[in-house]
Design a protein around this ligand. Sequence first.
Ligand code: URP
Ligand code: ZN
Ligand code: ZN
Ligand code: ZN
Length: 472
Amino acid sequence: MTHTTTLIRNGRIITASDDYVADVLLQDGKVHTIGKGIEVGPDVRVVDASGLYVLPGGVDTHVHLENVIGPTITTDTFASGTKAAAFGGTTTIVDFALQTELDSPLGAIARAQRSAESQVNVDYSLHVIIKRVDEQVLRDVRHAMHFEGVTSFKMFMAYPGVMMADDASIFRMLRQVGADGGMVALHAENGTVIDLLIKEALEAGHTSPRYHALTRPSLMEGEATHRGIRLAELAQAPIYFVHVSSNDALKHIVSARAEGIPVFAETCPHYLLFDDSVYDNDDFETAKYVMTPPLRKPDDQKHLWRALRYDDLQVIATDHCPFCMKEGHLGLRSSKLRGTKNFAEIPNGAPGIETRLVSLFDIGVMQGKLSLNRFVELTSTTPAKLFGLFPKKGTVAVGSDADIVLFNPNVSQTIHAKHLHSNCDHTLLEGRSLQGRVEKVFLRGNLIVDGEHWHGREGMGQFVKRGEVRAF
Ligand code: URP
Ligand code: ZN
Ligand code: ZN
Ligand code: ZN
């Protein structure tokens, strides 16, 4: 592909460590030169970025596009989800490839790639969800790491019968993947106790969405987090916890890190934006807050912010897992309406891929909770490092991919689902006014978002082969 050469003039370049005004020359898909007063010929496109931030493209390492979860399927395709990502300033996603009962991790990767290839608008990779571990699976995992560029694997301690793996399986994966330089990501909740609480709630006639939250107590997130840490410690492997929502989980992460155990963790924007007061009713509208783990208390948010600031949490990813409130284009399969009579049948998950950067800029940077450098580190640099994408992705540096976001901190916008690009029919941020706006997005030097205008193309995203994790 031919890349237009572009000079971004006079922007304020923000990386995880730097903050300065300079010009950036994008050529052949890479950052070619950074400097003051770069001279170029008339054939080079010049973009004036005075007053704008020049950020590395966002890296969102927790995204569910076209994911089949039990009898449901998320409502965004690789096409719609990656277009939404791009408009939100995210240029790399890591989605999931699901190992089925029948096939191997390698089959799962090939299947996801076949579907993604012609559709993706931004660069992408895959974590493989491992449900079942045996000798052949472990050989295939090793092959995926060394030959397919897939160096992370997700396992679930929740959802018995659907996704859950037992402790010994998780331990075997940690031991091998850790030794080979990869990462196991864990969904930490005590699945069997939660299933019992759900059964008891339903038997007592409690069917409305609020019982989703009441049957997934933070103590059971904490218990599983603690168990996961001990398994990783025994395996002498790094471990990554997805969607940490509560201090009951966080406190185990904090103390393990203080002991020098390589434990890493993400939280998601919704845990910072909303709390469990949204569940104080029996309305079905509340189904849009049915995600796992559920929203927690304001006190939990206080602890999450502290951890984000002082590096006990290293990543903010979306867990974008969209299901429509009405019947979506895929019908009931991708609709929250499945659970009108039974909260346990409401598909879990919320959208958020397009609003991650702007919402965190508003509630984090503007409110003095995160520095600009930390904002970039949490949303781009560290996810790239932890999942083997750095320095190709995750920074603005000579030789890195020219994935660049021009961000305007001086304008505000009001969020409406109808202006977003996801197939999802709602956003948790409907009507909310946020400071900041993504103005332009470059993917490997190609201008794909220009204000409201779309210049990207389905299929232009590339599968990125990842290297070893840079965890410590
Ligand atoms: O509610 C959520 N998070 N749904 C997606 C599946 C998962 O647990 O990540
Ligand atoms: Zn999960
Ligand atoms: Zn998820
Ligand atoms: Zn245009």
